[in-house]
Write a protein that binds this ligand. Structure first.
Ligand code: GLA
Length: 385
């Protein structure tokens, strides 16, 4: 059973008091995310359509009068103390994210002040549900509380990405950070990753989004991600656009002979996926769940054959889901190679769907999936105590 957020809140408040001998002044909740559609389009300055989920990273915080930051992670059972004027890079779990966010704030001229904090979450780590973006947003929200500067959702998402790209060393796009920062209850967000504007898209009534964790993880995902990124940038260059998000199918076809077969496939995925995001947003507004499901199924095929970022486990759990009558559509979500898929399911029949997929996936792979029903949730919030 996933630990409830209420229980997590109690734990971190208790831990805070016993470790720092004072009461926390505020508590921050930063959600994870799933992406309904628009995979690998963010780094190509295209569109994405993710939603924040009701799994959070919670952080209890208290301001300090000096420039020290003390943090304790309950999940890693690890304490760290940072001096803001002397930040060091250390490949060491959550310290990397904490020092990276503080470094990014200082680089961009924010007035950062010291704070004490205790962190704990219920977003599965390494499953592709953006536990790291949630950690970044939780830290940045706490820093804005301690430093007394406003928490601008888009600016802070950009800072989180800046920290991850330049301090932690992961070349991710901006999708995860924006969602954890700006997610909206009962909605997904259609984000234009070129100008970072976004709009709310309502989840149709009587549908549930179900996360299907394959219980597989892949090492070296960063290098596979970087390789795809390079291939996309090369293809854009050859086509003559700044990013693939600026191209359409007609332009791609016109330039087909200039591209290698591999570059063409990568570009074909990104350009067609970008168009699917727009169609999906329209289908959501019309409550057209059949079209939504079809688009998700096509997206998975495109990620499987053109972009080649699925895995046997992901293909299997998606096929098990798609063959169930309660399912409108299913696809992998996130960076792929392992981790999670998601399915759009008729709410009334979700219990039987979960049972059937569980059985189907177990019999085909011998692995037990973890299945979560998730609710579209609000982005990062801070509650003063
Ligand atoms: C990871 C990255 C995101 C995005 C997805 C793929 O989650 O962090 O920026 O590129 O992969 O869509």
């Amino acid at each position: 059973m996933t630990e409830t957020i209420e229980h997590i809140e109690l734990t971190i408040l208790k831990q805070f008091e016993s470790r720092f001998e004072a009461k926390a002044e505020a508590i921050v909740f930063a959600p994870g995310r799933v992406n309904l559609i628009g995979e690998y389009t963010d780094l190509n300055h295209g569109f994405v359509l993710p939603m924040a989920i009701d799994r959070y990273l919670a952080l209890a915080v208290r301001k300090r009068a000096d420039s020290t930051i003390r943090a304790y992670s309950v999940d890693f059972d690890e304490s760290i103390t940072l001096q803001m004027d002397n930040l060091e890079k250390e490949k060491h779990s959550f310290q990397e994210y904490l020092s990276g966010c503080i470094w990014a704030l200082k680089e961009k001229g924010y007035s950062v002040k010291g704070f004490d904090c205790v962190i704990k979450g219920n977003i599965p780590i390494g499953a592709g549900l953006s536990s790291s973006a949630a950690l970044e947003m939780a830290i940045l929200r706490a820093a804005s509380f301690a430093g007394g500067f406003p928490f601008n959702k888009v600016e802070m998402a950009k800072l989180g990405q800046f920290a991850e790209n330049n301090w932690v060393g992961v070349n991710c796009g901006i999708m995860d950070q924006i969602l954890s920062s700006a997610g909206k209850q009962d909605h997904a967000l259609k984000i234009d990753c070129n100008d970072l504007s976004y709009e709310k898209c309502p989840m149709p009534p009587a549908t549930s989004v179900i996360i299907l964790d394959t219980a597989t993880r892949r090492d070296l995902i960063d290098s596979a991600y970087n390789e795809r990124r390079e291939q996309c940038f090369n293809a854009a260059n050859i086509i003559g656009v700044p990013f693939l998000g600026n191209a359409d199918t007609a332009l791609l076809e016109k330039n087909k002979l200039k591209l290698s077969e591999l570059e063409y496939k990568r570009a074909h995925h990104v350009i067609s996926e970008n168009a699917r995001v727009m169609e999906m947003a329209g289908a959501m507004k019309n409550e057209d769940v059949t079209t939504m499901g079809k688009l998700m199924n096509i997206s998975h095929e495109s990620l499987r054959y053109d972009f080649e970022v699925t895995s046997l486990a992901l293909d299997t759990i998606v096929a098990c889901s798609q063959s169930d009558n309660a399912c409108f559509g299913a696809r992998m979500t996130g960076a792929g190679f392992g981790g999670c898929a998601l399915a759009l399911v008729d709410t009334d029949r979700k219990a039987e769907f979960i049972e059937n997929v569980n059985k189907c996936y177990r019999s085909k792979t011998g692995l037990t999936p973890k299945i979560y029903i998730c609710k579209p949730s609000e982005g990062v919030t801070l509650k003063e105590l």
